[in-house]
Write a protein that binds this ligand. Sequence first.
Ligand SMILES: Nc1ncnc2c1ncn2[C@@H]1O[C@H](COP(=O)(O)OP(=O)(O)OP(=O)(O)O)[C@@H](O)[C@H]1O
Ligand SMILES: [Mg+2]
Length: 455
Amino acid sequence: MPAETILIAEDETVARLSLIELLENQGFRVIAAENGHEALSCLLQKNPDVALLDVRMPGLDGISVLRRAREAGSGTALIVMTAHGDSNIAIDAMRLGAYDYISKPIDFEQLLPLLRRALKRRILARRSDASPEPLILPAEVAPMMIGHSPAMQHVYKLIGQVAASDATVLVRGESGTGKELVVNAIHHNSLRAKGPLVKVNCAAIPETLLESELFGHEKGAFTNAMYRRIGRFEEARNGTLFLDEIGELAPALQSKLLRAVQERTIERLGSNTSIAVDLRLITATSRNLEEAVGEGKFREDLYYRLNVITIQLPPLRERRQDIPALVQHFLQRGGRRVSITPGALALLCDYHWPGNVRELENAIERAAVLARSGVIDESDIQLHPVVHREAAHWTEQISLEDGWKANLAAAEKSMVERALRKAEGNKSRAAELLGIHRRLLYEKLREYGLENEQG
Ligand SMILES: Nc1ncnc2c1ncn2[C@@H]1O[C@H](COP(=O)(O)OP(=O)(O)OP(=O)(O)O)[C@@H](O)[C@H]1O
Ligand SMILES: [Mg+2]
């Protein structure tokens, strides 16, 4: 059997030569191209098994090579390599049907297994004579997500892959990890990008109103229904419907949602007419849904329907290497010219960020205001020390010697603080989260000296 052929498209001589040497030593037949146009003609004429495409190349960039090769029906497994761990490039590459995406500097230990997998799939595809998957039309550029950590690269790849399909997606992650950004990126990279992206926060709307919010109602469907109302499902036709905080959905609505998802039709309240709704559904949660299923609070059948593909966002503390880039991104926003001292940056990198990227964003906004002469130093950075302790299991830290009463108060104070933070300082929402009346929340805030807390 002839050796498998690999095309290397890389404009930088040293990188190209070292890749050639490495792969030839592994027994592959290697062909090389120094720019995008050469790469494309090699791809189409020599039909290699796998191609490694650099992104920044003179003439035609790697993403354009990828697109044109796919348009021409090339069956080569295409692997994109780039030094710029940019979310848009990764998303684009996967959306356009790249086999995978690898960041530079290339780690050979990672490259070789990847090549073997690509070759294996290529051989299987040849045997079954499978035609390449349909091509996706170019879409709007996704909103930029920052972070080159492996966990985020994985997220970008998944976004690109699901964008090209119509699959139902469940986005998971702690509060402030970027779930909504992921939803935006999926929608704007999908075939439905020209359609609407409709967002509903299931936790923010009272249960009694949510049903008609989602499904709409006819005039006279209930006492206050003076007009017909088109629900969010109908509004999202031909586009994407995003249901945030799905874990908070009341049982009766869970059943209705299940029907809508299964049958792809809905009925307005007060009507028996089924209306077909052609849309992609994305849901998100920061709650542990499996636990909710286990406790009987979330329907298992609905859980499986929603959880076709999961995109899990890592907490910021598990990808601290992304913090400097995020800080730069937030600092430069709006053309602002503010810089940060290494000491202050180190503080930010050490903190454990229970509120994740949103908390970092807020911390930078605050520091940028406080910073004198356009430089943020350590004294401008205010992190929540209380929050810090609490996240490390406050229950275990409370000493029982203080007595039960003091402990209960400490626990209560902590819950109030968490709710406030989760609600971003919005006291009505915090009260709602705690399931207490707004007036009682104000009492508690006074009691614990939290009146001026902004969450
Ligand atoms: N990777 C990222 N790059 C740049 N900005 C980010 C990133 N992740 C999150 N952000 C920013 O952090 C903030 C919070 O993100 P987002 O609203 O998407 O989080 P979330 O997971 O939906 O939070 P919640 O569960 O509280 O709704 C936003 O302002 C968003 O722009
Ligand atoms: Mg959100």
